[in-house]
Design a protein around this ligand. Structure first.
Ligand SMILES: Nc1ncnc2c1ncn2[C@@H]1O[C@H](COP(=O)(O)OP(=O)(O)OP(=O)(O)O)[C@@H](O)[C@H]1O
Length: 248
């Protein structure tokens, strides 16, 4: 379980996070929604320790994430970055096995390759793609490779940063379905940030909406449509009219 308490972060006079309280339960899929620039990525980066919050606490299973061994902490996470973020100079299998070829999770090369091929298969890619380079793949295939990399080391917790951005609706559907299946079969804790409502409905057990630096609404996906919160309603229906400031 990841717990955020009273988390704040400003950049100069820009107060991005203004007291975020959120629990991300173990083994469930939590999706953070919110408009562009509301601080979803900043929140994710704070949890990963890439950005230092100004105040507040972040704990993982009750332990402050800033205490203890950083490598051991990061080894528990998998991450699917926006746009796939593959290394151009590495082959597909080396991308997938990236964390298995170095550091604390290091395995012998043939074993790492075998795991990479198994993970590629899991995301619907045949072993033929293993020795290709990212530039030789379509955007949808690159996203699958990114997903295979995120699960390669069998992490307990997986972060998905805008997993469907830039994909056509059908490929987005395929990626959403894969994420849902994989998270369920791995029993992983998932946290996704997105503004794609189709993705939210396909992936989420729980939804949290970030607005004006705080969690505006949080609850099970089944309760999202019925919430009377005008901000949530405006966001999920994509209405120009409503309480959310649209002049950005
Ligand atoms: N390192 C930084 N230095 C200064 N400002 C930053 C930094 N990182 C983020 N910001 C600002 O924080 C705000 C929130 O950014 P963030 O990327 O978290 O938004 P987001 O909700 O993820 O948006 P999107 O959905 O468009 O990706 C933005 O106004 C951004 O300019």
């Amino acid at each position: 379980m990841i717990t955020l308490e009273a988390l704040t972060k400003s950049f100069g006079s820009k107060h991005v996070l203004r007291g975020v309280d959120l629990v991300v339960p173990t083994g469930q899929s939590t999706v953070i929604i919110g408009g562009s620039g509301t601080g979803k990525s900043v929140l994710l980066k704070c949890i990963l320790g890439l950005i230092e919050p100004d105040s507040g606490t972040i704990t993982l299973d009750g332990v402050d994430v800033h205490e203890g061994d950083r490598d051991a902490f990061l080894a528990r996470f998998g991450m699917l970055f926006q746009g796939g973020a593959l290394f151009d100079s590495l082959s597909v299998w080396e991308n997938v096995a990236f964390r298995l070829l170095r550091g604390s999770l290091k395995r012998p090369k043939p074993e790492a390759r075998e795991i990479a091929i198994e993970k590629l298969r899991r995301v619907g890619l045949s072993p033929d793609v293993a020795d290709l380079f990212p530039a030789e793949l379509s955007g949808g295939m690159q996203k699958r490779v990114g997903l295979a990399r995120a699960i390669a080391a069998e992490p307990e917790i997986i972060f998905f940063d805008e997993p469907t951005t830039g994909l056509d609706p059908i490929m987005a559907g395929v990626i959403n379905e894969l994420i849902r299946e994989i998270v369920t079969e791995m029993g992983a804790t998932a946290m996704t940030i997105t503004h794609d409502m189709t993705s939210v409905r396909a992936i989420a057990d729980r939804v949290a909406m970030l607005h004006a630096g705080k969690i505006r609404w949080e609850g099970p996906i089944a309760e999202m449509d019925a919430t009377p919160d005008a901000y949530v309603q405006q966001f999920i229906h994509g209405r120009a009219e409503g309480p959310i400031e649209t002049l950005r």
